[in-house]
Design a binder for this molecule. Structure first.
Ligand code: 39S
Ligand code: ZN
Length: 759
């Protein structure tokens, strides 16, 4: 009956999962972790919550009928940190193994005494991992306690798992060499460690191991490709079957290398890169199994069974049913746990969505060609495709009417700078913050009370007014030059805006891990985006009325809204980004009309959205930069546009950052001691820059001297008139006392430097 259906003759296919969200349905892990860290719970209690979650998640996967269920995909903080503990590669400053729970969290979390390992984005996702630190002296002493514990726990439930390991090359390449050390020098020792780990698993009668090598979807040079061959020829000596697992893009020119590793199986992502199926099928060796990642692990839309089925059918024709596995494209870590508790979501939109649990059901249905599921899938797809609510003709029209000048400021920067200087009358080395002030438990408590109807809107707004007023007074007292309102009304810098925009839907419990215990609830873009009414005008204007100093309005930029939402897969990312840009452009205009002279449009996710393959960079950077310019270009020369970026390496996209043509950019740089400035210097960055002078991820209060020193480094390469003074990022995760002390020191540092340079 169904064209796309697998024919009855080929039998049921095998299924696998690559990883399950670990926070728990109601974020049980988050609360257990935070209770442990605050001393309200002991280690034993945390461990028992974690074990309970693992059991529940394994059982879910068993009930869903999956043949291959992962273990070691759980983590108390981060899977890369776990991999480092597993191979025993612990940076010296944290002592040596076997690692205790206390040491484990010291590596992950900053304390006043000790700085944690650095964090950065996992490929092009909003998940952050801890960056391995590779140095000459590092030793490898494997510690398989966690790995084996999970294997055994699952066995106690009668479940044979396929343990997940981060592959050796991916682990190595994700890290950074300390002081110019070449991590590749560690390859022989690291290989030995992996051989030992596989031997331990083999001794446990483990049949299959999932080895994640997403680095294989990036551009690799010949040295790395040959390192892959070297390492895997060693691993092959251990008789366990390896599922070489790639995701997020195409293996492309690494295909030959991947095949030559001669692993028992290969997993490919045919959601992001369906075109690689054909060539992979041609290239596979006679016995190799192919795991077809056809249920998207990165997004929340229902799978199009009628697109996935022909791919599976093609694989089956070529390989035979017993060499094909149906799987998600990547780990389900990046989607929320389940849809069941979403009572507020429109039933129609809900019928188009699948979270982790529902994706397991899709995998089973695809593999067994469940007739009823196929019918339901066809009906939901047809309903989504025909829904009128997803298209807004006005928005489409506005986009087609765009002219080149809509992407350009009226005058070039040097001219704008002169009028802005006149208008704003700021001192040299102006001081400011990135926008948010501490989101204290009190702020969150009021918002929760308001949301659940325990506090009226009047009460909640009175509280916010008070918080803003106090924040303005405090900034004036500290002596900051450009003030902000503090962002107390915002639950999250993306979700808050999405709530005002048409085309977005929200979940109540659709949490996704961002790092450690921190989660985000990405809004869902299901239709054309537009702005029915102003979003930030009220609180920004209120704050402005409280001070005579310049007040900076704060918006989240189009790429960051796109990147931190679940996006449509029925129109291009570019189109959605430009729709968001048009909505934000209206907001920028309203703020300007209301007399806000400085407007910051945050784009911390600009770098994160960069494609994994360099060949795809120019196209992305072109439309992403245009989205920012569309948002910001309508203003008069007098209005100063700021932007802010953090959480990543910017060196490789500096020309595009310059092309944003923001008057001022603030960037994270304290943790790398301003390394970034060299790049700015060599590119002759033309506009103004606030290189962050202190790391806001730590409660430690930096001294004025320290920040003065960093600022001097900035002044070595930049003209004084170019330099702004600010922290690395927003202060929402900090407490008030340390925030005030740090900002006081920051202003002191700026003052001293002004004196030094005779301003
Ligand atoms: N979307 C996004 N991605 C991002 C960032 C970001 O800011 N946003 N920053 C970087 C990552 N940094 C992050 C920093 C902090 C948190 C964070 O603190 N998350 C909070 C949740 C934030 C939030 O939405 N808070 C809601 C409250 C949600 C909630 O749990 N409410 C409860 C009760 C809350 C209470 O009483 O405390 C309820 O409604 O019942 C609010 O403030 O309104 C957490 O995990 O705890 C997340 C990411 C990069 N990616
Ligand atoms: Zn930031």
């Amino acid at each position: 009956m169904f064209e796309g259906n697998l024919s009855k003759s080929i039998g049921k296919l095998k299924t696998a999962n690559l990883g399950f969200p670990r926070m728990g349905r109601q974020r049980e892990l988050k609360f257990a972790l935070e209770a442990y860290w605050s001393g309200k719970r002991v280690e034993q209690e945390l461990m028992s919550t974690a074990a309970q979650l693992r059991r529940e998640h394994w059982k879910l996967q068993q009930v869903a009928g999956l043949n291959s269920i992962p273990s070691n995909d759980f983590s108390l903080y981060d899977q890369v940190l776990d991999a480092l503990v597993l191979v025993g590669a612990i940076p010296e400053r944290f002592g040596s193994g076997p690692v205790t729970l206390e040491q484990y969290f010291q590596m992950a979390r900053n304390s006043p005494e000790q700085s944690a390992m650095e964090m950065t984005k996992w490929f092009d996702t909003n998940y952050h991992y801890l960056v391995p630190e590779w140095s000459e002296g590092i030793s490898f002493n494997i510690d398989t306690r966690k790995l084996l514990n999970e294997v055994h726990e699952a066995r106690d439930l009668g479940i044979e798992t396929r343990p997940v390991l981060i592959g050796p090359l991916t682990l190595l390449l994700l890290g950074k060499g300390v002081n110019g050390f070449d991590p590749m020098a560690l390859l022989p020792k690291l290989t030995t460690a992996y051989v030992q780990i596989l031997q331990v698993l083999e001794a446990e009668n483990i049949e299959w191991v999932q080895v994640d090598e997403p680095m294989l979807v990036t551009d690799l040079d010949a040295n790395v490709q040959s390192a892959y061959r070297q390492v895997y020829s060693e691993l092959k000596r251990v008789p366990v079957k390896l599922m070489l697992t790639t995701y997020f893009d195409t293996i492309g020119d690494n295909l030959r290398t991947a095949i030559e590793l001669d692993t028992a199986g290969l997993h490919i992502d045919v959601v992001r890169a369906p075109e690689q199926l054909e060539e992979t099928l041609q290239a596979l060796q006679p016995e190799q199994v192919l795991s077809v990642g056809c249920v998207e692990g990165r997004n929340i839309w229902l799978t199009d069974f009628f697109l996935a089925t022909p791919l599976l059918r093609k694989a089956v024709r070529q390989l035979g049913a017993d060499r094909v596995i149906v799987a998600p494209s990547c780990s389900l870590l990046h989607v929320p746990h389940d849809l069941r508790s979403e009572a507020e979501l429109s039933p129609r939109i809900k019928s188009w969505l699948r979270f982790a649990e529902e994706k397991l059901a899709e995998i089973s249905a695809l593999a067994s060609r469940d007739e009823v599921a196929y019918q339901a899938n066809a009906a939901a797809l047809a309903d989504r495709a025909s829904a009128e609510t997803t298209t807004n003709p006005n928005v489409r029209e506005a986009l087609t009417a765009l002219r080149p000048q809509d992407f350009l400021r009226r005058s070039p920067y040097p001219q704008r700078a002169i009028v802005q200087r006149n208008e704003l009358q700021l001192p040299l080395l102006p001081t400011t913050t990135i926008g948010s002030f501490p989101q204290t438990a009190e702020v969150r408590k009021h918002r929760a009370a308001h949301k659940h109807g325990h506090e009226t809107s009047e009460q909640y707004e009175a509280f916010l007014k008070d918080a803003i007023a106090q924040c303005i007074r405090e900034q004036e007292r500290i002596g900051l030059d450009v003030l902000v309102h503090g962002e107390f009304e915002r639950n999250d810098m993306v979700e808050y805006f999405a709530e005002f925009l048409d085309g977005f839907a929200f979940t109540e419990s659709g949490w996704v891990q961002s790092y450690g215990s921190r989660c985000v609830k990405p809004p869902i873009i299901y239709g054309d985006v537009s702005r029915p009414a102003p979003m930030t005008l009220k609180w920004t204007s209120y704050a402005r009325s409280l001070t005579s100093r310049p007040l900076k309005g704060m918006l989240t930029g189009p790429i960051t809204v796109l990147q931190w939402s679940f996006v449509r897969n029925d129109i291009s990312r570019q189109l959605t980004a430009w729709q968001i840009a048009l909505a934000l452009r209206d907001e920028v205009q309203d703020l300007e009309v209301a007399g806000i002279r400085i407007i910051q449009v945050d784009e911390p996710a600009l770098r994160e959205g960069l494609p994994l393959r360099c060949a795809d960079w120019p196209h992305y950077l072109d439309w992403a930069v245009k989205a920012f310019k569309l948002t910001t270009s309508s203003v008069e020369d007098e209005t100063q546009i700021h932007t802010h970026m953090c959480y990543c390496e910017f060196e490789d996209i500096l020309p595009s950052i310059a092309a944003l043509d923001a008057d001022v950019i603030s960037m994270e740089s304290a943790r790398s001691r301003m390394e970034l400035l060299e790049a700015f210097q060599s590119h002759q960055y033309p506009n103004e820059i606030g290189p962050g002078v202190y790391d806001i991820h730590s409660p430690r209060v930096p001294s004025a001297e320290e920040m003065q020193e960093l600022l001097s480094l900035a002044l070595d390469v930049l003209k004084p008139a170019q330099v702004w003074v600010n922290p690395d990022c927003g202060l929402k995760t900090r407490g008030w006392p340390e925030t005030v002390s740090a900002l006081e020191n920051m202003c002191k540092a700026a003052d001293r430097l002004r004196n030094q340079i005779g301003a």
